[in-house]
Write a protein that binds this ligand. Structure first.
Ligand code: LCS
Length: 397
Protein backbone atom coordinates (compact mmCIF):
# COMPACT_ATOMS: atom_id res chain seq x y z
CA UNK A 1 0.00 0.00 0.00
CA UNK A 2 1.43 3.32 -1.04
CA UNK A 3 1.24 6.35 1.26
CA UNK A 4 -0.32 8.21 -1.62
CA UNK A 5 -3.20 5.76 -1.96
CA UNK A 6 -6.68 7.23 -2.06
CA UNK A 7 -9.34 7.09 0.65
CA UNK A 8 -11.16 4.08 -0.81
CA UNK A 9 -7.97 2.05 -1.16
CA UNK A 10 -6.97 2.87 2.42
CA UNK A 11 -10.36 2.03 3.90
CA UNK A 12 -10.05 -1.44 2.36
CA UNK A 13 -6.35 -2.29 2.64
CA UNK A 14 -4.73 -0.50 5.60
CA UNK A 15 -3.58 -2.74 8.42
CA UNK A 16 -3.66 -6.02 6.48
CA UNK A 17 -2.40 -8.82 8.69
CA UNK A 18 -0.25 -11.39 6.86
CA UNK A 19 -0.50 -14.95 8.09
CA UNK A 20 2.02 -16.95 6.03
CA UNK A 21 0.86 -20.38 4.91
CA UNK A 22 -2.83 -19.52 5.28
CA UNK A 23 -3.10 -16.04 3.73
CA UNK A 24 -6.80 -15.33 4.43
CA UNK A 25 -8.20 -12.38 2.48
CA UNK A 26 -10.36 -11.18 5.40
CA UNK A 27 -8.67 -10.71 8.75
CA UNK A 28 -9.53 -13.62 11.07
CA UNK A 29 -11.09 -12.85 14.46
CA UNK A 30 -8.41 -13.19 17.13
CA UNK A 31 -10.88 -14.29 19.79
CA UNK A 32 -8.40 -14.58 22.61
CA UNK A 33 -8.04 -12.83 25.94
CA UNK A 34 -4.31 -13.40 26.30
CA UNK A 35 -1.20 -14.17 24.22
CA UNK A 36 1.49 -16.75 24.94
CA UNK A 37 5.04 -15.71 25.75
CA UNK A 38 7.91 -17.99 24.72
CA UNK A 39 9.86 -17.19 27.89
CA UNK A 40 9.46 -15.15 31.08
CA UNK A 41 12.03 -12.74 29.69
CA UNK A 42 9.89 -12.19 26.61
CA UNK A 43 6.85 -11.45 28.81
CA UNK A 44 8.86 -9.01 30.91
CA UNK A 45 10.23 -7.28 27.80
CA UNK A 46 6.76 -6.87 26.35
CA UNK A 47 5.45 -5.36 29.58
CA UNK A 48 8.44 -3.02 29.60
CA UNK A 49 7.59 -2.06 26.00
CA UNK A 50 11.11 -3.11 25.00
CA UNK A 51 9.83 -5.70 22.56
CA UNK A 52 6.79 -5.35 20.30
CA UNK A 53 4.07 -7.99 20.57
CA UNK A 54 0.74 -8.68 22.13
CA UNK A 55 0.28 -9.31 25.86
CA UNK A 56 -3.40 -9.33 26.86
CA UNK A 57 -6.42 -8.12 24.88
CA UNK A 58 -7.16 -5.23 27.25
CA UNK A 59 -3.77 -3.82 26.18
CA UNK A 60 -4.22 -4.64 22.50
CA UNK A 61 -5.41 -7.28 20.04
CA UNK A 62 -4.72 -7.62 16.28
CA UNK A 63 -8.33 -6.82 15.37
CA UNK A 64 -8.45 -3.58 17.37
CA UNK A 65 -4.92 -2.62 16.29
CA UNK A 66 -5.95 -3.00 12.67
CA UNK A 67 -8.97 -0.70 12.87
CA UNK A 68 -6.94 1.83 14.87
CA UNK A 69 -4.42 1.96 12.02
CA UNK A 70 -7.23 2.27 9.50
CA UNK A 71 -8.93 5.16 11.27
CA UNK A 72 -5.57 6.93 11.65
CA UNK A 73 -4.96 6.62 7.90
CA UNK A 74 -8.44 7.90 7.06
CA UNK A 75 -8.21 10.82 9.51
CA UNK A 76 -4.60 11.71 8.51
CA UNK A 77 -3.55 11.09 12.12
CA UNK A 78 -0.39 9.40 13.37
CA UNK A 79 -2.21 6.73 15.36
CA UNK A 80 -5.66 5.46 16.24
CA UNK A 81 -7.32 3.15 18.75
CA UNK A 82 -10.62 1.40 19.40
CA UNK A 83 -12.83 1.33 22.48
CA UNK A 84 -15.99 -0.43 23.61
CA UNK A 85 -18.32 2.48 22.80
CA UNK A 86 -18.32 6.12 21.78
CA UNK A 87 -18.69 6.97 25.47
CA UNK A 88 -15.75 4.63 26.13
CA UNK A 89 -13.76 6.76 23.67
CA UNK A 90 -14.88 10.09 25.18
CA UNK A 91 -14.11 8.98 28.74
CA UNK A 92 -10.83 7.23 27.89
CA UNK A 93 -9.49 10.27 26.03
CA UNK A 94 -10.62 12.81 28.64
CA UNK A 95 -9.52 10.80 31.69
CA UNK A 96 -6.12 10.76 29.96
CA UNK A 97 -6.03 14.44 28.98
CA UNK A 98 -7.41 15.98 32.20
CA UNK A 99 -6.71 15.95 35.93
CA UNK A 100 -8.21 17.68 38.97
CA UNK A 101 -7.72 21.44 38.75
CA UNK A 102 -7.79 21.51 34.94
CA UNK A 103 -10.43 23.37 32.97
CA UNK A 104 -12.46 21.78 30.16
CA UNK A 105 -13.99 24.25 27.74
CA UNK A 106 -16.66 22.62 25.60
CA UNK A 107 -19.41 23.56 23.19
CA UNK A 108 -22.90 23.59 24.73
CA UNK A 109 -24.52 21.25 22.17
CA UNK A 110 -23.22 17.76 22.84
CA UNK A 111 -24.53 14.22 22.64
CA UNK A 112 -26.61 13.81 25.83
CA UNK A 113 -24.31 11.35 27.61
CA UNK A 114 -21.20 13.39 26.75
CA UNK A 115 -23.01 16.39 28.29
CA UNK A 116 -23.79 14.31 31.38
CA UNK A 117 -20.20 13.00 31.71
CA UNK A 118 -18.85 16.55 31.49
CA UNK A 119 -21.33 18.29 33.78
CA UNK A 120 -22.08 15.52 36.32
CA UNK A 121 -19.05 13.21 35.96
CA UNK A 122 -15.81 15.16 35.44
CA UNK A 123 -16.93 17.90 37.84
CA UNK A 124 -17.06 15.29 40.65
CA UNK A 125 -13.33 14.75 40.18
CA UNK A 126 -12.27 18.38 40.40
CA UNK A 127 -12.30 19.31 36.72
CA UNK A 128 -13.80 22.75 36.01
CA UNK A 129 -16.20 22.61 33.10
CA UNK A 130 -17.54 25.53 31.07
CA UNK A 131 -19.97 25.15 28.19
CA UNK A 132 -20.33 27.98 25.68
CA UNK A 133 -21.46 28.32 22.08
CA UNK A 134 -18.37 27.41 20.03
CA UNK A 135 -19.87 28.84 16.86
CA UNK A 136 -19.19 32.23 18.47
CA UNK A 137 -15.39 32.60 18.77
CA UNK A 138 -15.75 35.55 21.11
CA UNK A 139 -17.58 33.39 23.64
CA UNK A 140 -14.81 30.79 23.40
CA UNK A 141 -12.09 33.40 23.83
CA UNK A 142 -13.79 34.95 26.86
CA UNK A 143 -14.16 31.56 28.56
CA UNK A 144 -10.48 30.58 28.27
CA UNK A 145 -8.69 30.30 31.62
CA UNK A 146 -5.03 29.82 32.46
CA UNK A 147 -5.82 26.17 33.32
CA UNK A 148 -7.82 25.37 30.14
CA UNK A 149 -6.44 22.02 28.99
CA UNK A 150 -9.08 20.76 26.58
CA UNK A 151 -11.32 22.41 23.97
CA UNK A 152 -14.06 19.94 23.04
CA UNK A 153 -16.79 20.06 20.42
CA UNK A 154 -18.80 18.16 17.83
CA UNK A 155 -19.38 19.51 14.31
CA UNK A 156 -22.07 19.15 13.12
CA UNK A 157 -23.46 19.01 16.65
CA UNK A 158 -25.89 16.39 17.88
CA UNK A 159 -28.83 16.97 17.43
CA UNK A 160 -29.14 20.58 16.21
CA UNK A 161 -26.47 20.44 13.46
CA UNK A 162 -24.66 23.58 14.51
CA UNK A 163 -21.37 23.95 12.64
CA UNK A 164 -18.17 24.95 14.37
CA UNK A 165 -15.17 26.35 12.50
CA UNK A 166 -12.58 23.70 13.37
CA UNK A 167 -9.68 25.65 11.89
CA UNK A 168 -10.55 28.90 13.69
CA UNK A 169 -11.16 27.26 17.10
CA UNK A 170 -7.94 25.21 16.81
CA UNK A 171 -5.94 28.33 15.95
CA UNK A 172 -7.37 30.33 18.83
CA UNK A 173 -6.92 27.43 21.28
CA UNK A 174 -3.30 26.79 20.33
CA UNK A 175 -2.37 30.48 20.35
CA UNK A 176 -3.89 31.07 23.76
CA UNK A 177 -3.17 27.69 25.38
CA UNK A 178 -0.18 26.01 23.71
CA UNK A 179 -0.49 22.96 25.98
CA UNK A 180 -4.20 22.42 25.47
CA UNK A 181 -5.70 19.79 23.23
CA UNK A 182 -8.46 20.47 20.71
CA UNK A 183 -10.66 17.38 20.62
CA UNK A 184 -13.32 17.03 17.93
CA UNK A 185 -16.10 14.45 17.92
CA UNK A 186 -16.28 13.68 14.19
CA UNK A 187 -19.09 11.11 14.48
CA UNK A 188 -21.64 13.01 12.36
CA UNK A 189 -19.27 13.95 9.53
CA UNK A 190 -16.90 10.94 9.32
CA UNK A 191 -13.40 11.34 7.81
CA UNK A 192 -14.91 10.90 4.35
CA UNK A 193 -16.49 14.35 4.74
CA UNK A 194 -14.26 16.18 7.21
CA UNK A 195 -10.75 15.68 8.60
CA UNK A 196 -10.37 17.75 11.80
CA UNK A 197 -6.65 16.94 12.18
CA UNK A 198 -5.93 18.56 8.79
CA UNK A 199 -7.74 21.64 10.13
CA UNK A 200 -5.57 21.87 13.25
CA UNK A 201 -7.34 19.68 15.83
CA UNK A 202 -5.25 17.36 18.01
CA UNK A 203 -7.59 14.45 18.59
CA UNK A 204 -10.62 13.04 16.80
CA UNK A 205 -13.24 10.94 18.55
CA UNK A 206 -15.93 8.73 17.05
CA UNK A 207 -18.91 6.78 18.13
CA UNK A 208 -17.99 3.97 15.70
CA UNK A 209 -21.46 2.59 16.47
CA UNK A 210 -22.64 5.02 13.79
CA UNK A 211 -21.27 5.50 10.25
CA UNK A 212 -17.89 3.79 10.76
CA UNK A 213 -19.68 0.50 11.34
CA UNK A 214 -22.80 1.56 9.47
CA UNK A 215 -24.93 -1.53 9.95
CA UNK A 216 -26.64 -0.97 13.29
CA UNK A 217 -25.21 -4.08 14.92
CA UNK A 218 -22.21 -2.93 16.99
CA UNK A 219 -21.49 -0.52 19.86
CA UNK A 220 -17.94 0.81 19.50
CA UNK A 221 -15.81 3.93 19.83
CA UNK A 222 -12.57 5.14 18.31
CA UNK A 223 -10.02 7.93 18.63
CA UNK A 224 -7.08 9.16 16.56
CA UNK A 225 -4.31 11.69 17.10
CA UNK A 226 -0.57 11.99 17.79
CA UNK A 227 1.16 8.65 18.41
CA UNK A 228 2.42 9.49 21.92
CA UNK A 229 -1.00 10.69 23.12
CA UNK A 230 -2.83 7.69 21.63
CA UNK A 231 -0.30 5.41 23.33
CA UNK A 232 -1.01 7.16 26.64
CA UNK A 233 -4.75 6.74 26.05
CA UNK A 234 -4.17 3.04 25.34
CA UNK A 235 -1.75 2.21 28.15
CA UNK A 236 -3.29 4.46 30.80
CA UNK A 237 -6.77 5.75 29.88
CA UNK A 238 -8.07 2.49 28.45
CA UNK A 239 -5.91 -0.02 30.37
CA UNK A 240 -6.21 1.53 33.84
CA UNK A 241 -8.99 4.13 33.88
CA UNK A 242 -11.97 2.95 31.83
CA UNK A 243 -11.22 -0.63 30.75
CA UNK A 244 -13.65 0.08 27.90
CA UNK A 245 -12.08 -2.54 25.66
CA UNK A 246 -13.64 -3.41 22.30
CA UNK A 247 -14.03 -7.14 21.67
CA UNK A 248 -12.21 -8.71 18.69
CA UNK A 249 -15.50 -9.69 17.00
CA UNK A 250 -16.85 -6.13 17.17
CA UNK A 251 -13.51 -4.85 15.83
CA UNK A 252 -13.80 -7.31 12.94
CA UNK A 253 -17.28 -5.93 12.15
CA UNK A 254 -15.98 -2.34 12.22
CA UNK A 255 -13.16 -3.38 9.87
CA UNK A 256 -15.76 -4.84 7.52
CA UNK A 257 -17.98 -1.75 7.74
CA UNK A 258 -15.06 0.58 7.04
CA UNK A 259 -14.41 -1.10 3.68
CA UNK A 260 -17.54 0.62 2.27
CA UNK A 261 -17.46 3.85 4.30
CA UNK A 262 -17.13 6.22 1.35
CA UNK A 263 -19.91 4.80 -0.79
CA UNK A 264 -22.28 4.48 2.16
CA UNK A 265 -21.66 8.01 3.42
CA UNK A 266 -21.97 9.39 -0.11
CA UNK A 267 -25.42 7.81 -0.46
CA UNK A 268 -26.44 9.00 3.02
CA UNK A 269 -25.47 12.52 1.89
CA UNK A 270 -27.25 12.27 -1.47
CA UNK A 271 -30.42 10.93 0.14
CA UNK A 272 -30.31 13.49 2.96
CA UNK A 273 -29.98 16.38 0.51
CA UNK A 274 -33.10 15.23 -1.35
CA UNK A 275 -35.06 14.64 1.86
CA UNK A 276 -33.97 18.02 3.31
CA UNK A 277 -35.12 19.86 0.17
CA UNK A 278 -38.43 18.00 0.25
CA UNK A 279 -38.98 18.83 3.94
CA UNK A 280 -38.14 22.48 3.33
CA UNK A 281 -40.77 22.63 0.59
CA UNK A 282 -43.59 21.11 2.67
CA UNK A 283 -46.04 23.56 4.33
CA UNK A 284 -46.40 21.37 7.47
CA UNK A 285 -42.68 21.77 8.19
CA UNK A 286 -41.78 24.89 10.17
CA UNK A 287 -38.01 24.62 10.04
CA UNK A 288 -35.35 22.35 8.57
CA UNK A 289 -31.74 22.33 9.71
CA UNK A 290 -29.34 20.70 7.26
CA UNK A 291 -25.81 22.00 6.53
CA UNK A 292 -26.35 21.43 2.80
CA UNK A 293 -29.28 23.85 2.59
CA UNK A 294 -28.65 27.50 1.81
CA UNK A 295 -30.96 28.31 4.71
CA UNK A 296 -28.41 26.83 7.17
CA UNK A 297 -26.86 29.78 9.03
CA UNK A 298 -23.36 28.45 8.36
CA UNK A 299 -23.83 27.02 4.88
CA UNK A 300 -20.68 28.82 3.66
CA UNK A 301 -18.64 27.18 6.43
CA UNK A 302 -20.24 23.83 5.55
CA UNK A 303 -19.04 24.20 1.95
CA UNK A 304 -15.53 25.02 3.12
CA UNK A 305 -15.20 22.49 5.94
CA UNK A 306 -17.25 19.53 4.73
CA UNK A 307 -16.09 17.83 1.54
CA UNK A 308 -18.09 15.34 -0.54
CA UNK A 309 -21.42 16.18 1.12
CA UNK A 310 -23.16 17.45 4.22
CA UNK A 311 -23.91 14.29 6.15
CA UNK A 312 -26.92 12.10 6.64
CA UNK A 313 -28.65 13.81 9.58
CA UNK A 314 -31.52 16.29 9.28
CA UNK A 315 -33.23 18.07 12.16
CA UNK A 316 -36.68 19.57 11.68
CA UNK A 317 -39.71 21.01 13.41
CA UNK A 318 -43.34 20.76 12.41
CA UNK A 319 -45.95 23.50 12.23
CA UNK A 320 -48.07 21.79 14.84
CA UNK A 321 -48.42 20.82 18.51
CA UNK A 322 -46.07 18.41 20.25
CA UNK A 323 -48.86 15.84 20.49
CA UNK A 324 -49.57 15.99 16.76
CA UNK A 325 -45.85 15.91 16.06
CA UNK A 326 -45.58 12.69 18.11
CA UNK A 327 -48.52 11.23 16.17
CA UNK A 328 -46.71 12.07 12.94
CA UNK A 329 -43.64 10.14 14.09
CA UNK A 330 -45.76 7.21 15.32
CA UNK A 331 -47.52 6.96 11.94
CA UNK A 332 -44.40 6.70 9.80
CA UNK A 333 -44.00 3.27 8.26
CA UNK A 334 -40.56 3.14 6.65
CA UNK A 335 -38.82 5.55 9.02
CA UNK A 336 -38.21 3.66 12.26
CA UNK A 337 -38.49 5.23 15.72
CA UNK A 338 -35.08 4.58 17.29
CA UNK A 339 -32.07 6.42 18.64
CA UNK A 340 -28.63 5.92 17.06
CA UNK A 341 -27.81 7.05 13.54
CA UNK A 342 -25.69 6.27 10.52
CA UNK A 343 -27.36 2.94 9.85
CA UNK A 344 -28.76 1.58 6.57
CA UNK A 345 -32.28 2.06 7.97
CA UNK A 346 -33.78 5.56 8.25
CA UNK A 347 -34.25 6.33 11.96
CA UNK A 348 -36.22 9.11 13.61
CA UNK A 349 -36.17 10.24 17.24
CA UNK A 350 -37.18 13.09 19.56
CA UNK A 351 -33.93 14.46 21.11
CA UNK A 352 -35.54 16.39 24.01
CA UNK A 353 -37.06 13.22 25.49
CA UNK A 354 -34.57 10.65 24.17
CA UNK A 355 -30.89 11.25 23.27
CA UNK A 356 -30.80 14.60 25.08
CA UNK A 357 -33.03 13.80 28.05
CA UNK A 358 -29.94 14.30 30.25
CA UNK A 359 -30.28 18.05 29.55
CA UNK A 360 -32.49 20.21 31.76
CA UNK A 361 -35.07 22.33 29.88
CA UNK A 362 -32.88 25.40 30.60
CA UNK A 363 -29.73 23.70 29.26
CA UNK A 364 -31.64 22.61 26.15
CA UNK A 365 -32.70 26.18 25.52
CA UNK A 366 -29.20 27.48 26.18
CA UNK A 367 -27.79 25.00 23.65
CA UNK A 368 -30.41 25.80 21.01
CA UNK A 369 -31.95 22.33 21.15
CA UNK A 370 -35.68 22.86 20.59
CA UNK A 371 -38.22 20.85 22.60
CA UNK A 372 -40.08 20.06 19.39
CA UNK A 373 -37.08 19.16 17.22
CA UNK A 374 -37.16 15.80 15.46
CA UNK A 375 -33.93 14.19 14.30
CA UNK A 376 -33.87 12.08 11.17
CA UNK A 377 -30.94 9.81 10.33
CA UNK A 378 -31.46 9.33 6.62
CA UNK A 379 -30.71 5.75 5.64
CA UNK A 380 -29.65 4.02 2.46
CA UNK A 381 -33.11 3.14 1.16
CA UNK A 382 -34.42 4.67 -2.09
CA UNK A 383 -34.82 8.38 -1.41
CA UNK A 384 -38.27 8.34 -3.11
CA UNK A 385 -39.51 5.80 -0.56
CA UNK A 386 -38.22 7.82 2.41
CA UNK A 387 -39.81 10.98 0.98
CA UNK A 388 -43.11 9.21 0.24
CA UNK A 389 -43.30 7.92 3.80
CA UNK A 390 -42.72 11.43 5.17
CA UNK A 391 -45.06 13.06 2.64
CA UNK A 392 -47.97 10.72 3.37
CA UNK A 393 -47.93 11.65 7.06
CA UNK A 394 -47.05 15.35 6.58
CA UNK A 395 -49.99 15.77 4.20
CA UNK A 396 -52.32 14.71 7.06
CA UNK A 397 -51.20 17.56 9.30
N1 LCS B 1 -20.63 11.13 20.29
C1 LCS B 1 -21.70 11.38 19.52
C2 LCS B 1 -21.70 12.59 18.63
C3 LCS B 1 -22.81 10.55 19.58
O1 LCS B 1 -23.85 10.83 18.81
C4 LCS B 1 -22.79 9.42 20.45
C5 LCS B 1 -23.96 8.51 20.57
C6 LCS B 1 -21.66 9.20 21.23
C7 LCS B 1 -20.59 10.06 21.12
C8 LCS B 1 -21.58 8.03 22.16
O2 LCS B 1 -21.43 6.87 21.40
P1 LCS B 1 -21.90 5.40 21.87
O3 LCS B 1 -21.32 5.18 23.22
O4 LCS B 1 -23.38 5.38 21.87
O5 LCS B 1 -21.27 4.52 20.84
N2 LCS B 1 -25.13 9.03 20.01
C9 LCS B 1 -26.30 8.45 20.02
C10 LCS B 1 -27.44 9.06 19.48
O6 LCS B 1 -27.49 10.18 19.01
N3 LCS B 1 -28.45 8.21 19.55
O7 LCS B 1 -28.10 7.07 20.23
C11 LCS B 1 -26.70 7.15 20.58
Amino acid sequence: MKNTSGFATKQIHIGKIDIPGIAPLATPIFQTSTFEFETTAQGANRFALEEPGYIYTRLGNPNTTKIGQKLAALENAEAGMAMASGMGAVTTVLWTALKAGDHLLADDALYGCTFSYFTHGLTRYGVDVTLVDFSDLEQVEKAIRPNTKVFYFESPTNPNLKLIDIEAVSKLAHERCPEAKVIVDNTFATPYIQKPIDLGADVVIHSATKYLNGHGDVIAGMAAGKADFIQECTLFGLKDMTGAVLGPFEAYLIDRGLKTLDIRVQKHCDNAMKVAKFLESHPAVARVIYPGLESHPRHELAKRQMKNGFGGIITFELNTTRERSAEFVNSLELCTIAVSLGDAETLIEHPATMTHSTYTPEALEEAGIGESMLRLSVGLEDSEDIINDLRTQLDRI
